[in-house]
Design a protein around this ligand. Structure first.
Ligand code: SF4
Length: 208
């Protein structure tokens, strides 16, 4: 039975699905309200947060399109609007001039720092739950996300430390970085290991 059918909401699964949908609506509302204050659309806010936290190689129009789950043309339009507001600038990739990267300007950095608390109301609601309920909710939501990720409905961005491609201290004296990414076959400087990566694969799935 469809989740939106009120009769279905008497089932546990139906009620949880609708609750998740309402949380998504609340997040959307918070983004829109913040956008009214700053003159930014929800997509522009998400793009600024993406550019602050994603690893350098993914800061492209293609990377932004993947993150926002939109077409390349739409992502390019979001980048254009942010460029006009002087919050983002395009620049050619030093190692491959054909690739255009996106970066935050100093004004963009300041703007994104002021935006980072946009989902604090959601976190406050979670923090108000007893600790045991938070733990159960964490396990349950992670399991739901893993299933949606396997089905291709959501892309998970995480940092290196629990990724199966991460080789900690693989070459400690290398000036390019002490760690190694086996996916990119490239050294990783320490600060980059704390950025989000679209190629992350959890270490526990290795071999399975
Ligand atoms: S693939 Fe894994 S190890 Fe490589 S940069 Fe991404 S998260 Fe880090």
């Amino acid at each position: 039975m469809p989740s939106f059918n009120p009769k279905h909401r008497y089932t546990t699964g139906g009620q949880i699905t609708i609750a998740l949908y309402r949380i998504m609506q609340a997040m959307d509302h918070l983004l829109r309200e913040r956008g009214k204050d700053t003159g930014l659309s929800p997509a522009q806010i998400q793009a600024l947060l993406f550019l602050k936290y994603v690893r350098p190689g993914a800061r492209t129009i293609g990377g932004l399109a993947q993150r926002l789950a939109v077409t390349y043309a739409t992502a390019s339009g979001v980048a254009d609007a942010l460029e006009r507001k002087r919050l983002v600038r395009r620049a050619p990739e030093p190692e491959d001039q054909r690739v255009v990267t996106l970066g935050l300007t100093p004004e963009g950095q300041r703007e994104v720092e002021a935006l980072e608390d946009v989902l604090d109301e959601i976190e406050a609601a979670v923090n108000a739950l007893p600790e045991a309920e938070q733990s159960a909710l964490l396990r349950a939501t992670q399991a739901i996300v893993r299933r949606l990720q396997r089905a291709g409905y959501v892309k998970v961005y995480e940092m290196c430390w629990h990724c199966q491609f991460f080789r900690q201290d693989a070459h400690p004296s290398d000036p390019r970085g002490p760690h190694h990414c086996a996916f990119m076959d490239a050294p990783l400087p320490e600060p980059d290991t704390y950025l989000e990566c679209p190629d992350f694969v959890p270490a526990e799935t290795k071999g399975g």
